[in-house]
Design a protein around this ligand. Structure first.
Ligand SMILES: O=C(O)c1cc(=O)[nH]c(=O)n1[C@@H]1O[C@H](COP(=O)(O)O)[C@@H](O)[C@H]1O
Length: 233
């Protein structure tokens, strides 16, 4: 898996998503299907992307009792997705059970990733939900818990990557949304970095949505971002 870019296909309609997908090559990026498109289109859409040879990150951020989450993760594995995620704040038992259910899949199991603190959140947002810690402190705490449960990595903001790399080692996957090329709109993202800066900090994968999907020429923007990363030493 050499692709560093995961394009977040956050579109209302299948035709909009396929208009982009059909212009690009699977060597350029992986694709993320999230709550909007999965709720509208379901598993058929995942199969349609697999037919086009793309690796798919099923981003449904499971968060429930251990039994329910583990069974949902097994369904994702049966779909053949490359990566699936759950909220690390669901706790150790939930994450351990989800990891456990993937054992029979061996090396065909999807990467199982824990979401730490959403990239849209800052100190005050955490305080409002009763967490009296900075995003950095909370991300580190949840990353340790995720690693203890045996998961493959975490979703965090690019701003936490450098420190997490030291805490969690080189093999722990760091997946970072909150990516904004210079000059692009922040939208609801708060803890952000540019694509080259996130890669230089040590991110394994960059999740990028609107800067690509809302562009006049999404395929061209994707190629430009890949180029900006390829130029890094
Ligand atoms: O798990 C995610 O992918 C995710 C976690 C997070 O903390 N922040 C975050 O933005 N995301 C997702 O990453 C994508 C970012 O999209 P843009 O803000 O449009 O680049 C969206 O599909 C979000 O659902």
């Amino acid at each position: 898996m050499n692709n560093k870019i995961i394009v977040a296909l956050d579109y209302e309609k299948e035709a909009q998503a396929l208009a982009l997908v059909d212009q690009i090559d699977p060597s350029l990026c992986c694709l993320k299907v999230g709550k909007e498109m999965f709720t509208t289109l379901g598993t058929e859409f995942i199969k349609c992307l697999h037919q086009r040879q793309f690796d798919v990150f099923l981003d449904l951020k499971f968060h429930d009792i251990p039994n329910t989450v583990a069974r949902a993760v097994r369904s994702a594995a049966d779909l053949g997705v490359w990566m699936v995620d759950l909220h690390a704040s669901g706790g150790l038992a939930m994450m351990e059970q989800a990891k456990q259910i993937l054992q029979p899949y061996g090396k065909d199991a999807p990467l199982l990733i824990g979401v730490t603190v959403l990239t849209s959140m800052e100190d005050l947002d955490l305080l409002q939900i009763g967490i009296n810690a900075s995003p950095m402190e909370q991300v580190i705490r949840l990353a340790h818990l995720t690693q203890r449960a045996g998961l493959d990595g975490v979703v965090c903001s690019p701003q936490e990557v450098e420190i997490l790399r030291n805490h969690c080692g080189k093999d722990f996957k760091l997946v970072t949304p909150g990516i904004r090329p210079v000059g692009s709109d922040l939208g609801d993202q708060r803890r952000v970095m540019t694509p080259p800066a996130a890669i230089q900090a040590g991110a394994d994968y960059l999740v990028i949505g609107r800067p690509i999907t809302q562009a006049d020429n999404p395929a061209q923007v994707l190629r430009a971002i890949n180029q900006s990363i390829a130029e890094l030493k």
